[in-house]
Write a protein that binds this ligand. Structure first.
Ligand SMILES: Cc1ncc(COP(=O)(O)O)c(C=O)c1O
Length: 404
């Protein structure tokens, strides 16, 4: 082309590179598992969302293969037209049962669940969205595409939530949609949902929406993996529980669970669902299997994850990394702070090169400056030897990079 209308592509990439913010994608040459092959090197995986080791589980693969044989590899359409297979219906019923809710709704991904459902819940200028400061980007995008008025409350700060709520209630909005991440993906802490419920309870026009992407399969009473709502025993009180199958459940697909009325409404109103094809049958079948494994076939799986979380965290806390942030983590996300973006990046490179550990850096602006880190994510399938190899590497690194 003669004109230079796309010159900005190069210019913007140059700026991104100059700021050291380019995402250079590493290549996994095989399955996502506790040991992976990354660009020709065998490494212990310490930064995947595959918390329960289900993404390469033999039973999951078997379920997927069987579904390919019986249902093919694609669904052929959106659910509402010709792509609604019996497996999709079974998947939703199975999830509703697992979550002890009336009904469930599956979208292509967690991102599209947030984007599609939030905009419909509070579409008008008469509505208000009250969003937690550290909510995930997919929530922020869902909020951006509505005409609703917005307010933000401070991270896990109930005074801030209450103050904002009082201010908003005076405006007499049609609805107030309170949205929070269940588990915060950078620090691994979780929302005080019981307190959020208490603040919201007096208001008849408040809807509570929880994104439990990192709580599903991890949190829940008696290691149930049923998520944060179950952790606080708030089933039937929190209106909307959003989740994803792309993390602990090992596959892919966003989810909304709640009342039958909510789910019927979602099926009719969510544009990212109505205008996007349904999942391949293999994904549906493997997702159903994931819930069977967690609930019945390997009921110790979530407990094993917690043994690994506790072991890794206690050893890291003894080493001398920033305790305040690491100790605030209440889940499988364990931040290990280097406090400087260059150090965090160097640490990640050294982990890969010298110790065979795969753990990527998270730096400013994804986290506040000075809290640049490596975000370790625990996995139920990691052996004690693998955890010890990882811990030894972090200890040596801390000394090499003079973190302590
Ligand atoms: C809190 C949160 N919500 C939503 C998502 C999106 O989920 P998915 O990967 O299924 O699109 C993520 C994934 O990064 C997340 O961390």
């Amino acid at each position: 082309m003669a004109n230079d209308s796309t010159k900005f592509l190069k210019d913007e990439m140059q700026e991104i590179r100059k700021a050291g913010r380019e995402w250079v994608h590493r290549i996994l040459e095989g399955p996502s598992d506790t040991v992976c092959r990354v660009e020709g090197k065998e490494v212990i995986m310490l930064c995947s969302n595959n918390y329960l080791g289900l993404s390469n589980h033999p039973k999951m693969k078997e379920a997927a293969i069987k579904a390919i044989q019986t249902h093919g590899v694609g669904s052929g359409s959106v659910r509402a037209i010709a792509g609604n297979m019996d497996l999709h219906e079974q998947w939703e019923k199975r999830l509703a049962k697992f979550k002890e809710q009336e009904a469930a709704f599956i979208t292509s991904a967690g991102f599209t669940a947030n984007q599609g459902v939030i905009q419909q819940l509070a579409p008008s200028t008469e509505d208000v969205i009250l969003s937690e400061e550290l909510n995930h980007g997919s929530i922020i995008d869902g909020v951006r595409i509505t005409k609703a008025q917005r307010a933000v409350y401070k991270h896990c700060d109930m005074n801030s939530l209450e103050n904002e709520m009082k201010k908003l209630a005076k405006k007499n909005p049609r609805r107030i949609l309170v949205i929070t991440d269940g588990v915060f993906s950078m620090d691994g802490d979780h929302a005080p949902l019981d307190q959020i419920y208490k603040v919201c309870e007096p208001y008849s026009n408040v809807i509570i929406y929880v994104d439990d992407a990192h709580g599903d399969g991890v949190l829940g009473r008696n290691y149930s993996g049923k998520g944060l709502v179950d952790h606080y025993n708030l089933q039937g009180k929190v209106h909307i529980e959003m989740g994803t199958f792309s993390k602990a459940f090992g596959t892919m697909g966003g989810s909304i669970v709640g009342s039958t009325e909510l789910i019927t409404w979602c099926r009719n109103k969510t544009r990212s669902y109505l205008l996007s094809a349904s999942h391949p049958p293999a994904t549906a079948a493997a997702s159903i299997k994931a819930l069977d494994i967690i609930e019945y076939e390997e009921p110790d799986l979530v407990k094993r994850l917690w043994e690994n979380i506790k072991y890794f965290k206690s050893r890291i806390l003894d080493m001398g990394y920033n305790h305040e942030i690491t100790a605030a983590s209440t889940t499988a996300i364990i931040p290990i702070i280097f406090g400087d973006p260059k150090k965090a990046k160097e640490a990640s490179d050294l982990l890969y090169r010298d110790y065979g550990i795969f753990a990527l850096p998270i730096v400013f602006p994804m986290v506040p400056s000075g809290l640049d880190r490596i975000r370790v994510q625990a996995n139920a399938a990691l052996t004690k030897e693998q955890l010890d190899t990882g811990l030894r590497a972090f200890e040596e690194l801390g000394k090499r990079l003079k973190v302590f």
